[in-house]
Design a protein around this ligand. Structure first.
Ligand code: S3P
Length: 171
């Protein structure tokens, strides 16, 4: 693992990046940043409001800026929004400042969480969600590491991530 860098968690909406990220931060004794949360705090508006009032393009610009800001901090665990790793400019920032890890969750599981939690402007109906998910897989596959989380509790996922990091030869 590139010890000095950040750990970036990537993956689709509802894959558990924030939950697992905060557990990992505690175990690694690092700060935890949730990119969406930072955007919301910075803008003083919810993600839904930003999408509704300014559109997705404006949200993506805020997201890229938030990522650059976080990347300049000392090493942390960072949960990216589901679309962040799908932009080449963001992947470049991630690749140059740490290790990326994709949390792989069965689609149906994420769909269930997304429906339950709400608040995701891009979720749409089931067919649209699946299309979006498929279109993003090639991007998520570019992460340095991935962990299969099927049937695991957040704490077990965190342990699996730590193991994957331990075995990672980042050179
Ligand atoms: C998005 C995912 C959301 C949030 C925004 C857009 C996406 O984050 O950034 O609604 O494009 O997939 P989560 O992955 O944390 O839900």
């Amino acid at each position: 693992m590139k010890e000095a860098g950040h750990l970036f968690l990537v993956g689709f909406m509802g894959c558990g990046k924030s939950t697992v990220g905060s557990l990992l931060a505690r175990r690694l004794d690092r700060p935890f940043y949730d990119l969406d949360q930072r955007i919301v705090e910075g803008a003083g508006r919810s993600i839904e409001q930003i999408f509704e009032e300014d559109g997705e393009k404006a949200f993506r610009a805020l997201e890229s800026q938030a990522l650059k800001d976080v990347a300049a901090h000392p090493p942390a665990v960072v949960a990216l929004g589901g679309g962040a790793f799908c932009r080449a400019c963001n992947r470049k920032v991630v690749q140059s400042s740490g290790v990326s890890l994709w949390l792989q969750v069965p689609f149906q599981e994420m769909q269930r969480r997304i429906e339950k939690e709400g608040g995701r402007p891009l979720a749409g109906d089931a067919r649209r969600l699946q299309r979006l998910y498929r279109s993003r897989l090639p991007h998520y596959r570019q992460a340095d590491l991935s962990v299969q989380t099927r049937g695991l509790t957040p704490s077990q996922v965190a342990r699996a991530v730590l193991k994957a990091l331990d075995q990672f030869d980042g050179c």
